[in-house]
Design a protein. Structure first.
Length: 92
């Protein structure tokens, strides 16, 4: 009786595990080339954002209206915005 219960438990466990794998497996509706293109667009977006943030910080430092800390914070915010945009590109 214990052997039968052990075997049934094993079969049940395997069936549940297989079902979870099928349910949790990601389904990609895009081809690898399309995903690659999206990743490249996201990288380009982040690179452009970094360059714009550098330029913004240089302009900020050139003026006397803000402190260096405020200029750094503006740069951080600009870079974060670029990262967020890049993340949205990959998610769509």
């Amino acid at each position: 009786m214990n052997i039968k219960m052990g075997f049934k438990g094993l079969v049940s466990g395997v069936a549940i595990a297989a079902g979870l794998l099928v349910v949790s497996a990601p389904s990609y509706s895009e081809s690898p080339a399309e995903r690659s293109q999206e990743r490249q667009e996201a990288r380009d977006t982040k690179q452009i954002g970094r360059q714009e943030a550098r330029e913004q910080k240089q302009e900020c430092k050139a003026g006397d209206e803000k402190t260096r800390a405020e200029c750094r914070q503006e740069k951080r915010e600009a870079k974060q915005k670029a990262r967020s945009t890049a993340h949205d590109i990959k998610r769509d």
